[in-house]
Design a protein around this ligand. Structure first.
Ligand code: ZN
Length: 609
């Protein structure tokens, strides 16, 4: 995220700085800033819905900018409810007497926009609403910055400490391999393993509560577990002795039509360490340290064509169940849960919409970031203005409204100003199993960064899911809202590394960038973002959805006109395979036949297509 905005006089449609550019042009054109602000105030008084108000501001603006076309929605609209501009010098960050070792920091604040603002007697740039940021150089010791605006003065002291070079370089702790048997059981809802102790990659998939595994050794605050990954010690209960080998005694796979899920239940002796891989046409479940693999009893459904079970080999002690999908079927997420000796492995089917042009049937989860005591980032008005949690909630509630108008069922993690832990938010998603989850945040830069350099929309995801939801939603929001094009960023975040459904997190704009803040705090723009988010989600859901009334599993299977063959005396599996022009292996796999020499008269075989 580097480089300044390249909006020119010609290109006015940058949503992030468009308005600032327009204001600057008005000033550059020799017009009075006051004139614009009076027009703005009048517009505010008249209200957003007033046609007369809109007309009035349009006329005034047109007269101000004869050569400039104003993009719709960039006029100053309503502030959020209950918020007024204090029109005073506000230093939002850093706090007075802030101490740092950085040589430069950004100062973020606001002033009375009717008057110029000076920092140490030099006039500095503000936005139309009086917001500013300055990237200042610090000397060792005390640095005092004096701000004057409308006969008022405020000072900010920043203390820069010299970096002491006596500090030793932190060394990575040594790995200690255990010489006696130890095993661990997870005591945490959702744990992210990592491939090394200092890695924050997202190549590992999370493990569910109560998963048991052999511990190979330890390194610093981490245990190295049987599959070679590392897990933080605080999540693991450790036991002495060897973990007994796991035995799977029964596997059933059923269709949960109501919740749009395929539910596999694997009865097992140990809550086995596992790995799940989602591919285009299959889902692979690997169980480690497992020494029996009964065939799966698969009930008819519209998603899983068959479950292929590998034969256990003593060398690998690993069992693999491959869920092969119908050609037009899709799995959009999965979850694992251990309950009373059963591994419940659920696959989320493609969203099921009841009719064209409506999102009825789809469930969308919206998560408004932060809340309560957790304010999130603050903008130039500090706590006097809307902070991140307020903006996130407002946009979330508008998005909910739009999605509900489209027919979707919307579930929120919070609908008011309450604080929720990340764990609680994740738990809601795992419980509700929505079709898609979007966490809504706003961004800010760390104090030592130049706030002027980072602005605009960003989105985050953790996995390359088969539905590609993160790219589709990111790209369509960018195009719908006219934002600067950016690819979604891959990062391990609590609200994106869930595997239950397609999940992404959006950062609507930067609170640390003054004109982004101006954009974010206005109701009109919050509604525009929400409308964009809802439309992008709609586009995604419609793109991957299955349409029509939900069918019972039997009807769905019948519709597929499965080809079957009844075995007669004298048949061999290879003769039947030859008769239908399919391979012996695929015929055996389609019918979960492990011993190809054993078929019986009257047996009904499914012929793979
Ligand atoms: Zn946030």
């Amino acid at each position: 995220m580097t480089g300044r905005c390249h909006c020119s006089l010609v290109s006015l449609f940058c949503m992030q700085c468009g308005r600032q550019q327009i204001i600057q042009q008005i000033i550059q054109m020799g017009q009075e800033r006051d004139e614009f602000m009076r027009a703005y105030d009048r517009y505010k008084i008249l209200g957003r819905k007033s046609v007369l108000g809109k007309l009035m501001i349009l006329i005034i603006l047109c007269s101000l900018m004869t050569a400039v076309l104003l993009p719709e929605g960039t006029v100053y609209a309503q502030w959020m409810e209950g918020v007024t501009n204090p029109k005073d010098i506000v230093i939002a960050s850093p706090a007075d007497n802030y101490t740092t070792t950085s040589s430069k920091v950004s100062i973020l604040g606001a002033c009375d926009y009717d008057y110029p603002l000076y920092m140490n007697n030099k006039q500095i740039e503000t936005t139309a609403l009086g917001f500013f940021t300055q990237y200042v150089t610090l000397s060792i010791g005390k640095n005092v910055f004096t701000f004057t605006n409308n006969k008022k003065t405020k000072t900010l002291t920043i203390i820069r400490k010299a970096v002491s070079d006596s500090g030793s370089i932190a060394q990575e702790p040594d790995y200690i391999a255990y010489t006696t048997d130890k095993y661990g059981v997870l005591d945490n809802e959702y744990t992210m393993p990592r491939s090394s102790i200092d890695s924050t990659d997202v190549d590992c998939m999370p493990l569910t509560d109560k998963t048991a595994f052999k511990i190979l050794g330890e390194q610093g605050s981490y245990y190295k577990i049987y599959d070679g990954t590392f897990i933080h010690k605080s999540y693991v209960d450790v036991y002495s002795g060897a973990l007994p080998a796991n035995k799977v005694s029964a596997v059933t796979v059923t269709d949960d039509v109501e919740n749009n899920l395929i539910v596999a239940k694997l009865k097992m002796k140990v809550n086995s360490l596992y790995k799940v891989e989602l591919a285009d046409s299959k889902v692979i479940l690997t169980l480690y340290e497992t020494i029996s693999s009964p065939k799966a009893a698969l009930s008819q459904n519209d998603t899983v064509k068959r479950v292929v079970t590998n034969i256990y080999k003593s060398t690998t002690r690993t069992v693999v169940y491959t869920f092969r999908l119908y050609e037009d079927a899709m799995v959009c997420g999965y979850d694992v849960e251990f309950k009373d000796g059963i591994m419940i492995f659920t696959l989320k089917k493609a969203p099921h919409l009841t009719e064209e042009g409506s999102l009825a049937g789809a469930t969308v989860l919206l998560d408004a970031g932060h809340g309560g005591e957790a304010t999130g980032a603050v903008g130039p008005l500090g706590l006097l203005g809307p902070v991140e949690k307020d903006i996130n909630l407002a946009i979330t509630l508008y998005t909910k409204e739009y999605l509900e108008q489209m027919g979707a069922t919307v579930v929120l993690t919070r609908s008011d100003d309450t604080d929720l832990s990340l764990h609680e938010r994740v738990a809601v998603i795992r419980e509700q199993k929505p079709d898609v989850s979007m966490s809504i945040h706003a961004n800010a830069m760390p104090q030592a960064a130049n706030f002027n350099l980072s602005y605009g929309f960003l989105s985050y995801y953790s996995y390359n899911e088969t539905t590609n939801a993160h790219t589709l939603i990111n790209d369509s929001m960018i195009s719908l809202l006219g934002y600067q094009a950016r690819a979604p960023r891959k990062q391990s975040l609590s609200l994106t590394r869930i595997t239950t459904c397609a999940a992404l997190l959006i950062e609507t704009a930067f609170l640390s960038y003054p004109s982004d803040y101006e954009y974010l705090i206005q109701v009109e723009n919050q509604k525009a973002i929400a409308e964009g988010a809802a439309a992008a989600i709609q586009e995604y859901l419609e793109g991957v959805a299955v349409y029509g009334a939900k069918m019972s599993a039997d009807t769905a299977a019948a519709e597929r006109e499965q080809i079957t063959y009844v075995v007669v005396w004298g048949d061999t599996l290879s003769s039947i395979a030859g008769k239908f022009g399919v391979s012996l292996d695929s015929l055996a796999a389609a019918n979960n036949i492990t011993n190809i020499n054993y078929i019986y008269g009257g047996q009904v075989l499914v012929i793979p297509q």
